[in-house]
Design a protein. Structure first.
Length: 336
């Protein structure tokens, strides 16, 4: 086990800073970063969110202004101020001496959130004060029941405060029983949902002031964005997707009355002609590889294709896929 994975026993509480931590943090502020391996003697710097990971190199961390860390830690505490007054004073006493060595950033535009507990905590805090509008993009065909329950726990209070909610899913999510159960918990008009063929990564925008998006493919690191220009740009991206999406109450039309090909199958056909292998097509469509291949089989049956090469030609000839270049050299034949 790596040395920084085993936290030594500290003689103080998890809301205080020890002398080694103060020394290391002071050095980190002066140099701009600190090696993760150097924190073996001072895990309280991580516990108190005084350091955040370098997205380009996981072996390094950057110092966070102590005033920002203090604000983040105090937010849930102020809700219980009478019961936790002693803890609030301890936090202020621990962080106040560090403000003299900090390089203040008044905007605090982007915060790196490492680990699901910290990500969930930041989302909980932002949703707890949402009162105008919540916009989300949820890629993929399914969401775990636990995630949907958490989403419901966020949505109901936000709606009660007057927030409007809009969700964008992929077309494949229309067939998820968990999503149907989730939507059934809302009264008509409380929630707007649309679906698209392909979408961007997960995105959550709250009151057009803060946005959350994944920073890694595993989604175990996220960015909390509060820069007004960046949030405005992400809202514009969302509105473009929303305009192109289909309300979930509407049926997805067939591509052509003469060819029983659905909109999902047409998207798969386009991706195949572009040369994408089955695994890539499935990921972009938000479905499993098995489901993707079932759609491909239906395409072959609908067009009476004798094989994958023949299918590529028929997709263009039938007009299902429009292209200005011959598709066959781009079509992957390893899956046929």
């Amino acid at each position: 086990m790596d040395e920084y994975q085993e936290k030594p026993v500290h003689p103080h509480s998890d809301r205080e800073l020890c002398a080694p931590a103060i020394r290391l943090y002071t050095e980190a502020v002066r140099t701009g970063r600190i090696a993760r391996a150097d924190l073996a003697s001072a895990p309280c710097l991580i516990d108190m969110a005084l350091l955040q990971p370098d997205l380009r190199d996981a072996a390094w961390l950057h110092p966070v202004p102590p005033s920002a860390a203090l604000a983040h830690l105090l937010q849930p505490i102020t809700q219980e101020i009478h019961e936790r007054l002693r803890l609030t004073v301890a936090l202020a006493d621990s962080l106040a001496p560090l403000t003299s060595v900090a390089s203040e950033d008044p905007n605090l535009a982007i915060t790196v959130l490492e680990g699901m507990p910290l990500i969930h905590s930041a989302l909980d805090d932002a949703m707890a004060v949402a009162k105008e509008e919540v916009l989300t993009v949820q890629p993929g065909s399914t969401r775990p029941p636990d995630a949907l329950r958490q989403g419901l726990a966020h949505a109901k209070p936000a709606i009660a405060r007057g927030s409007a909610l809009r969700h964008i899913y992929q077309h494949s999510a229309r067939y998820s029983p968990h999503l149907r159960d989730y939507l059934s918990q809302f009264a008509p008009g409380q929630l707007q949902v649309r679906t698209v063929e392909q979408t961007i990564e997960r995105l959550i925008i709250i009151d057009r002031t803060v946005a959350f998006l994944p920073a890694t493919r595993r989604r175990d690191v996220a960015l909390e964005i509060r820069h007004p220009a960046l949030v405005t740009y992400l809202v514009q991206v969302y509105e473009v997707l929303w305009a192109q999406a289909t309300p979930i109450a509407e049926h997805l039309p067939l591509v052509s009355p003469d060819t029983p090909v659905t909109a999902v199958q047409r998207s798969i056909a386009c991706l195949l002609v572009e040369g994408n292998v089955d695994e890539v097509v499935a990921r972009k469509m938000g479905i499993s590889v098995r489901t993707c291949r079932a759609h491909i089989a239906k395409l072959m049956q609908a067009l009476n294709a004798s094989g994958r090469t023949h299918l590529g030609a028929l997709l263009v000839q039938s007009g299902i896929v429009e292209t200005h270049s011959p598709p066959l050299p781009q079509l992957d034949l390893n899956n046929g």
